[in-house]
Design a protein around this ligand. Sequence first.
Ligand SMILES: NC(=O)c1ccc[n+]([C@@H]2O[C@H](COP(=O)([O-])OP(=O)(O)OC[C@H]3O[C@@H](n4cnc5c(N)ncnc54)[C@H](OP(=O)(O)O)[C@@H]3O)[C@@H](O)[C@H]2O)c1
Length: 338
Amino acid sequence: MEKLNDIIDPQSVPQRNLYTGVKMPGIGMGTFGSDRFTAEEVANAVKGAAEVGFRLFDCASVYGNEHLIGEVFKEIMETGIKREELFITSKVWNDKHDDVIESCKKTLKDLQLDYLDVYFVHWPFPNFHGKGVSIDSRDPNAKPYIHENYMKTWRQMEQLVEMGLVKHIGTSNMTIPKLKLVLRDAKIKPAINEMELHPCFQQPELFDYLKENEIVPIGFCPIGSPTRPDRDKTENDFVDIEDPIVVKIAKAHGVHPAVICVKWAVQRGQSPIPFSIYRNEYASNLKAAVTDLLTDEEMKEMEKVDKNCRLIKGDVFLWKAGQTWEALWDVDGEITPA
Ligand SMILES: NC(=O)c1ccc[n+]([C@@H]2O[C@H](COP(=O)([O-])OP(=O)(O)OC[C@H]3O[C@@H](n4cnc5c(N)ncnc54)[C@H](OP(=O)(O)O)[C@@H]3O)[C@@H](O)[C@H]2O)c1
């Protein structure tokens, strides 16, 4: 068999400092198959990603593949990689906000782990997909963000830390107004916020707010999620890997534009979690974090790529008919009234 020279020493990968003093890799591997790739393909990619040197893996119960990824984690650890060398995240789905502990225990069982490094509240909106309501359509029983209810969920998250089942807890798909309230009321504050981040959607205000509050950003859809589910595609979405600046810098470095998106993310200070089932792609993504970095000038140019283009708009979480997705994201700087 041809010997692949695509292994990166995990110790050479930039690390992020969490407020607890724990370090987290500056890049990880996503595991959402976007309804296009099977659970087997994703699990196989996790195995390959660990081989090439990835140590951070971003999981979630709703991705429907944790039971197979768990088999892979077991195999990875049988090769001599220790649990503490891995950084594994998962998330409580929107129908389990009242049942966080059981949900986390199920994930731990599926992933064959004793603890998670981070457990996230996947979305700040509960959504109890009723009978006949698919995950792709608006739930007539959807609720807006109600801080009191979120804190009830957060208390269960805090309990998980106290029980030793998770090392850190985190938020995802949040806004500054919502985070302000959580930081005010949390006993254990979020260590990480997982959020959409790619060159065409840089979210500079939220990014800076997190830094000021010692919360590390994990960036999802770092390549602009070209294979995202059709429900998340709209006509006016920008395509990061076709952006003229990204393409120009990619040509100068002799790499695919996707690799430039990853380099930019790592150098900016978020931890991107690019997904791919192809070894050449995920190996290039990890290599991007450690070699042939962007110059200061190129980093400056990448700032100009921002189009404030949110891809994962979350329409299914809207709680009233006739609303537009902006209502979910507190675009006026205040929590949108119920
Ligand atoms: N917290 C949340 O709510 C949330 C939401 C969304 C996603 N996520 C997480 O974020 C992860 C990443 O997001 P994502 O998968 O939507 O988007 P992404 O990583 O931006 O895009 C993935 C796609 O990019 C292409 N790609 C990857 N590496 C490449 C390379 N080196 N060269 C060329 N093309 C490359 C692949 O497409 P081809 O197959 O066409 O090559 C792949 O399917 C998910 O897997 C999940 O773990 C979290």
